[in-house]
Design a protein around this ligand. Structure first.
Ligand code: 3HC
Length: 311
């Protein structure tokens, strides 16, 4: 019976069909999706912190308004993704408790500091650029609610990249001090952008399952290569350098050759030993505590309505 159901499920995946919440699915498929989507959601919420810090200090009102809109978008992406994960039978409370307890992960890239305004431009161009390369792939995935959430999120991320590029060009073509600031931010954010795609395929424990059931349709290394091919020339064209002495275009393959990130650092930061891990977790725990009264008020209101109480 199980074998027959699994065979039918895999035939559906092979036909490119979308699996919907009420369809039969292997428990491992459900588990992998809950793991991946909830951690993606946590990443969006934590991702609001590094650049959100710059909202009060944006150099112009226009940049401030754009940054407010972008950070709000990221919060909305988090809600969209928690909702997509809930369709698999896990509650938002469970996901958030797992995150606050340090049991669930979020993208390693958000454990790095944003010391200057140029870091906001570098995040907008390089981190959101990398996220779109990853998310355009995820939008082809087999689980309906996740793929549809990705389509919606990618529209908004393309605005994020455009605003990042606009701020990036303003600095890269500005005064020598602005160019220096932009170059230093590129030096800080280039390798974290490569880390966003996950470990090398040779070390990725989940990729075989994710590919088998088309939760992912490309590997981490394929996506990382796509990102470098798109963004290395863009940065170099602006007259800035990339902190990788091995970076060079290979006319044979039509791809850019590049150095991999420091995987020791990658795993160390994932395990909690990055520059901002403690700060990010403290900020999220504080926000959760400060929001407790709202949750309790809503729950009391809902209980009152259920008991037919007056408004
Ligand atoms: N950051 C943090 N943890 C990571 C990681 C990363 N970049 N890459 C891998 N890990 C963790 C995995 O979560 C896993 O731990 P777990 O079993 O406890 O969940 C462990 O390392 C081993 O995982 P794998 O080696 O099998 O990693 P994957 O092949 O699954 O790749 C991934 C990791 C690229 C994050 C992949 O899971 C993925 O594509 N996830 C969905 C997309 C996503 O989460 N993107 C976050 C980017 S932030 C963002 O988009 C916001 C935007 O506004 C910038």
């Amino acid at each position: 019976e199980y074998e027959a159901r699994l065979a039918e499920f895999e035939a559906r995946i092979a036909r490119g069909e979308k699996i919907e919440p009420t369809d039969w699915m292997p428990e491992e498929y459900r588990r992998q999706l809950i793991r991946m989507i909830s951690q993606h959601a946590h990443s969006e919420i934590v991702g609001m912190l590094p650049e959100g810090k710059w909202i009060p200090h944006a150099p112009t009102l226009r940049r401030k308004l754009i940054l407010i809109a972008k950070v709000q978008d990221e919060g909305g992406h988090g809600q969209l993704l928690y909702r997509a994960a809930e369709t698999l039978g896990i509650s938002r409370e469970e996901m958030i408790e797992a995150f606050l307890a340090g049991k669930a992960k979020y993208s390693v890239v958000f454990n790095y500091p944003t010391p200057t305004w140029a870091d906001v431009a570098a995040i907008g161009l390089l981190i959101d650029g990398a996220a779109v390369v990853n998310q355009l792939m995820l939008a082809q995935g087999s689980y309906g609610p996740y793929a549809r959430a990705m389509k919606r999120i990618c529209y908004e991320e393309s605005f994020h990249i455009k605003q990042g590029y606009d701020a990036f060009v303003a600095l890269a073509t500005g005064t020598p001090a602005q160019r220096r600031m932009m170059q230093e931010a590129v030096n800080r954010w280039w390798y974290p952008a490569l880390m966003l795609f996950g470990p090398p395929d040779r070390d990725s424990v989940h990729t075989p399952t994710l590919l088998r059931w088309r939760i992912k349709t490309k590997t981490n290394d394929q996506l990382r290569q796509e990102f470098v091919d798109q963004y290395a020339p863009m940065v170099l064209r602006l007259g800035l350098t990339i902190p990788d002495p091995n970076l060079r275009y290979d006319p044979e393959t039509g791809h850019w050759r590049f150095s991999e990130p420091d995987w020791e650092e990658f795993w160390r930061v994932i395990k909690g030993d990055g520059p901002c891990n403690a700060e990010r977790m403290a900020a999220r725990r504080r926000a959760h505590e400060e929001g407790r009264w709202v949750r309790e008020a809503l729950a009391a209101k809902a209980a009152q309505r259920t008991n037919g109480g007056s408004n």
